[in-house]
Design a protein around this ligand. Structure first.
Ligand SMILES: [Zn+2]
Length: 236
């Protein structure tokens, strides 16, 4: 495979220029896309926890209704035992009714205690839901504002970005795959710069010295030369 080194290097310079412009567009948008994403995540989290709280509230209310039913039933049993006490004839009967009465009283007092606990939790949940709903509304407003701002910014630069992406694609298609792959790996790892110019005998990316023999190779486009320190593709 014949590789025209000079042409490859020129294409890489073009590509780096396109990538620099794309980076500038991204920089112009700043943290907005990340912020919008983060706000959306916060809202999702809040809504999830509101759902959980509402479910718990419903469970508590169902349990209270159930316990009140149990207590009512126990109350009427208690009333029945009281009536039966008037007509007991033996000590054994009396003892039996007393035992039943005690058991029912325990059921009632335990039920009442549990209902009090549940009502306290219900109140806590209601105020927690209120606070979270307020928070959710506030974050929702911030989200809407930031999202609108982002959309405006994206709209302003959309066409420019589209054109840059298109010329990037056509440039990349003309560069040999392994050379592009190296450029891309270094660009991503090294602050957006996959190539570096040789300046005063040093790599313009990391300022490491470039051996004279290598400099000659670069000047004559005899080979693809990488900086031994940062790995950037060196150009004249
Ligand atoms: Zn370097």
């Amino acid at each position: 495979m014949e590789v025209n080194i000079r042409e490859e290097l020129m294409l890489l310079v073009d590509l780096q220029d396109i990538d620099d412009q794309l980076s500038e567009l991204a920089l112009d948008r700043g943290d907005l896309p990340i912020e919008v994403e983060r706000l959306k995540g916060d809202i999702d989290k809040l809504n999830k926890s509101l759902d959980d709280l509402r479910t718990e509230l419903e469970e508590i209310r169902n349990e209270v209704v159930h316990l009140r039913g149990v207590t009512e039933e126990a109350d009427s049993k208690l009333e029945k035992y009281k009536q039966q006490l008037y007509s007991v004839k033996t000590t054994r009967e009396y003892d039996a009714i007393t035992t039943e009465t005690d058991a029912v009283k325990t059921t009632i007092s335990e039920g009442e205690e549990r209902v009090l606990e549940l009502l306290a939790r219900e109140n806590a949940i209601i105020s927690e839901i209120g606070a979270k709903e307020t928070e959710s509304t506030e974050i929702g407003e911030t989200f809407e504002a930031k999202n609108a701002e982002l959309k405006t910014k994206l709209g302003e630069t959309e066409q420019e970005e589209l054109e840059l992406r298109h010329s990037r694609e056509t440039t990349v298609m003309r560069i040999k795959k392994p050379i592009y792959a190296h450029y891309e790996r270094i660009r991503i790892a090294k602050d957006g710069r996959g190539i570096a110019r040789v300046m005063g005998g040093a790599c313009g990316g990391c300022f490491a010295m470039v051996p004279p023999q290598r400099q000659v190779e670069i000047r004559h486009a005899a080979d693809i030369v990488l900086c031994e320190t940062c790995g950037r593709i060196l150009v004249e």
